[in-house]
Design a protein around this ligand. Sequence first.
Ligand SMILES: Nc1ncnc2c1ncn2[C@@H]1O[C@H](COP(=O)(O)OP(=O)(O)OP(=O)(O)O)[C@@H](O)[C@H]1O
Ligand SMILES: [Mg+2]
Length: 468
Amino acid sequence: MTESLGIRFLVVDDEESIRRLCTTVAGSLGFTCMEAVNGHAALALLEDQPAHIILTDLVMPQMSGIEFLDKVRKMLPRAEVAVMTGHSSVETAVQAMKLGAYDYIAKPFSAVEELRLFLRRMAEKVQLVEENEFLRECTYAETELHGIVGASPTIQEVLRMIARLKDTRTPVLITGESGTGKELVARAVHFRGTFANRPFVAVDCGSLVPTLIESELFGHEKGAFTGAVRSKMGLFQSADGGTVFLDEIGELPQEMQAKLLRFLQEKEVRPVGSNNKFKVDVRVIAATNRDLESAYRAGQFRKDLYFRLNVVTIHMPALRERLSDIPMLTHWFLDRYANGTDAQVTANAMKCLLAYDWPGNVRELENCIERAIALGDGKTIDVRDLPSAIISASPTVETSAMPIEGMLLSNDLEDIERATILRVFEQVNGDKVVAGKMLGISRATLYRKLKRYNIGPRPSLSASQGMN
Ligand SMILES: Nc1ncnc2c1ncn2[C@@H]1O[C@H](COP(=O)(O)OP(=O)(O)OP(=O)(O)O)[C@@H](O)[C@H]1O
Ligand SMILES: [Mg+2]
């Protein structure tokens, strides 16, 4: 029964004949077998070699089966434990089941076949649980890796673009400042689409050693240059059928830009030192935090390559251009870093986060939350848990312990909303159309809120004078 391979089995009984019978049967099912004469010995053994399936006697000297079961459940919550019982102790067996034992089997075993079936069913249960766990982890990793958080109109537009592009082979250029989520989006385009089961190969064009870039991308033959002791496949070839993500494309040296262009036109690679060409089918996603358009105008980047890469552009907005996403992102990172505890952010701390400029964008916010969780009490993030650069960006906050998550007081919400609108409004010099777009609310709603929070073109104006 090969599917049971990898299952570790432990029998705990003071009677040698029982242990021998059990390990023989379990061994015939492909389990790896261990045995112990009493509860203490078993626990010591399990410390080093955790078991998936444990069969224990109920009546044993020193430590009873019930006590052992209780300890094992704490030590290995996922192990399946069954008890063996003489006819006289069925009641104890029932008690054991209440404590979480898988089942019980009566001793002496009426037939070896009965024991065999019993162990086999336990193994199936273990495998089922493991499979479920594995599947759950996969789904979790998928959202973890490609979860793009944000309700602002610009992020919603990015999500729509991803949905349109994911099943195509169209080249995509992703632009945006550092930390805005360019790689996250590149991965989403690949992993959400039809080609998700094909390779995704990320290449940081900025960190490749210039002399080795060509061989990294296209591969080389044995002896092509000093040190090329064996031939090596290039990154393009290893991504065949999938996606190559060319990060920091603006850093690619001129000479390589020409070679990359040729590859994109011909869809063939010629490894360094080789006379052969190989057909390669890859989708190219490039990213840059430089302004490539002005780079090609200044002659630093090839215009023809720029146009070939830039069939579709996704621009990632800076975080300060979409402040309304800060609360949502903050809670996303709280969930990620607070280890399942319901961590919260005080209203004043949130005001600081909204007043700051975020030159490092989402990455900086992520680091800030991770750090605040690690340095603070791990439950509530207050102003004092934030880096001083962020605190000093906010003119008027005092430390308070009022959490904003959970029981949100309407005053806090209003404070945060007011701070967000004020911030955006200042940023766009009072342009209501742009402000409305950045906040993701209609013009009418914006007008209503400006009036309500007494925000006008000049802060000194009163509500009645300030509007319209
Ligand atoms: N919208 C978002 N939702 C959730 N997490 C995000 C979002 N945007 C960025 N992140 C996270 O911020 C971090 C930085 O993102 P990423 O590496 O994709 O940025 P980048 O634009 O490639 O930065 P750089 O230019 O510095 O390489 C990552 O941990 C990413 O998961
Ligand atoms: Mg990046």
